[in-house]
Ligand binder design. Structure first.
Ligand code: TMP
Length: 210
């Protein structure tokens, strides 16, 4: 039987990486094979593209080039990792996927959503998630969590995280709009509670797929 494909989405600092690992452990306890991946990334080529996309370059990619780099990374991940895993019955959990492209490059950068959908469909060879968990926190909380992550890990915000307040409010709106358009596939999770509370909410949704 084909495995399930679950993606985690949301703005920065929503706790996606923590929750995705907790879900992986929960599924493994039940004897399910789980493949955990992230976007952009998850293959050697895609991880190299990730560096190009996140770094502050002297010659940063223009909006179209940024889009195509995300899609190139995705095409490689879908073909080499996600589809083979689903076909052998594993469940795939991805930290971000297509909805990030629609929110960031579509609503955020202002590229035409119709073109994005077509190009993305081509890159994914038609693959869509079975369930997308949209982790939602307020913009104040998001900023607070990013700042504390930066001081805890000594990292600084990357090129996209630094894209400015207007960009970030457009993409917040974008994620909400996408969820309203596809209520069956995209489920919003209030991510403002404790790690355990959020984990519980996620599990309620995922259980329905088992
Ligand atoms: P993250 O893994 O730390 O969330 O970094 C990925 C960054 O790339 C994040 O700022 C969101 C952004 N992004 C896009 O702009 N478009 C995409 O299609 C994807 C997958 C991510």
């Amino acid at each position: 039987m084909r495995g399930k494909f679950i993606t985690f989405e949301g703005g920065e600092g929503a706790g996606k990486s923590t929750q995705i690992k907790l879900l992986e452990a929960e599924l493994k306890k039940r004897g399910i094979e789980v493949v955990l991946t992230r976007e952009p990334g998850g293959t050697r080529l895609s991880e190299k593209v990730r560096l190009l996309l996140k770094d502050e370059l002297e010659d940063p990619p223009c909006d179209r080039s940024e889009l195509l780099l995300f899609l190139a990374a995705r095409a490689q991940l879908v073909k080499n990792v996600i589809k083979p895993a689903l076909e052998r019955g594993a469940w795939v959990l991805s930290d971000r996927f297509s909805d990030s492209t629609f929110a960031y490059q579509g609503y955020g950068r202002g590229l035409d959503l119709k073109i994005l959908r077509l190009a993305n469909d081509f890159a994914c060879d038609g693959l869509k998630s079975d369930l997308t968990l949209l982790m939602e926190i307020s913009s104040e909380e998001s900023l607070k969590r990013m700042r504390s992550r930066e001081s805890a890990t000594g990292t600084v915000a990357d090129r996209i995280e630094n894209a400015g307040d207007d960009f970030h409010s457009r993409l917040r709106f974008g994620f909400k709009d996408l969820a309203a358009q596809e209520p069956g596939r995209i489920k919003t999770i209030d991510a403002s509670g404790t790690i355990e509370e959020v984990q519980e909410k996620i599990w309620k949704r995922v259980q329905l797929l088992i």
